[in-house]
Design a protein around this ligand. Structure first.
Ligand SMILES: O=C(O)c1cc(=O)[nH]c(=O)n1[C@@H]1O[C@H](COP(=O)(O)O)[C@@H](O)[C@H]1O
Length: 287
């Protein structure tokens, strides 16, 4: 199962960090900027992937950053996913889809039938029939999903924290994630039905971790959104597994903090710093 191979790859790289390719033209170093934003971003993405693929197992590509450039941007999204896959990386398409089942079937087909995409993010607001087409395709094509459960943003509590039947809605979502994923647990004890929990909510993460012990958790919010490795560690199980931690701007823009070194060196330095920071918080490794 994909989820088992995915875990082995994270273990062999000893790195649960996800590099978020939320790339936009403004992020490209001035020296690399060409008149065509698409080609500039492509060059930037390729150089980042070339720099990281031996030490990082996973990239997350945020589709909104590409869609803002229209059809050429979408083509760039797929060129990027294809390139990362060619380099042996796991690819999460961060698309946050969710709609009635007939539409969800099409959304799922758009991403999960592709060999260059391993996981998608989905929104559970519309309930099980909006998620099931993705689960069916995960079975058919050996893929995985991450279901938004407690998101990292400051307003995530507006709806997710409301109390229903004595507990916050995000806990109800976690219980559903656990139920929906129970039949799809691989050899390593994790299901391909995963969850998203923001690193910015560590207290909630502890409870949620216990409510869905078999879910792999995508943890955004490390770095620019203010969460620390200690915060992110709340989403992990005792086995040191069970979660992956994303940083996008923190890595993409790291070259600005180190003008004295080249782009690749700055990216590698930041990725290694993040990896060691996480391993120290999760397993007590020496930094
Ligand atoms: O699903 C996500 O990845 C996600 C969920 C969430 O709760 N919060 C969150 O920030 N994200 C995504 O994670 C990335 C965070 O980017 P940085 O804040 O730049 O590291 C963006 O692509 C967000 O869309």
């Amino acid at each position: 199962m994909l989820i088992d191979k995915f875990i082995s790859e994270i273990e062999s790289k000893r790195n649960c960090a996800v590099v978020g390719l939320d790339t936009q033209y403004e992020y490209v170093p001035d020296k690399m900027k060409k008149s065509d934003p698409i080609e500039s971003i492509w060059e930037f993405n390729k150089r980042i992937i070339d720099a990281i693929y031996e030490i990082v197992a996973v990239v997350k590509i945020q589709i909104a950053m590409y869609e803002q450039y229209g059809v050429a941007g979408l083509d760039l999204f797929y060129r990027t996913s294809h390139y990362a896959k060619e380099k042996g990386m796991y690819v999460i398409a961060d698309v946050k889809r969710g709609d009635i089942s007939s539409t969800a079937v099409a959304y799922s087909k758009a991403f999960l039938t592709r060999p260059d995409i391993d996981f998608v993010t989905v929104n559970p607001y519309m309930g099980y029939d909006s998620i099931k087409p993705f689960i069916d395709d995960c079975v058919k094509y050996d893929k995985g999903i991450f279901i938004l459960t407690k998101t990292s943003n400051p307003s995530s509590g507006d709806i997710q924290d409301l109390i229903a039947d004595g507990r916050p809605i995000y806990e109800h979502v976690a219980i559903k994630v656990d139920q929906w994923g129970k039949d799809y647990v691989g050899e390593r004890g994790y299901s391909f039905v995963g969850a998203v929990i923001g690193a910015t909510y560590p207290e909630q993460a502890k409870k949620l971790r216990a409510l869905m012990p078999n879910a792999y958790i995508l943890v955004p919010g490390y770095g620019v959104q203010g969460a620390t490795a200690q915060d992110a560690a709340a989403a992990f199980n005792r086995d040191g597994l069970g979660a992956i931690v994303n940083s996008s701007r923190g890595i993409l823009l790291s070259y600005k903090k180190h003008p004295e070194i080249g782009l690749e060196d700055a990216i590698i330095q930041e990725v290694i710093r993040m990896r060691d920071d996480l391993n120290s918080a999760i397993r007590g490794d020496k930094k």
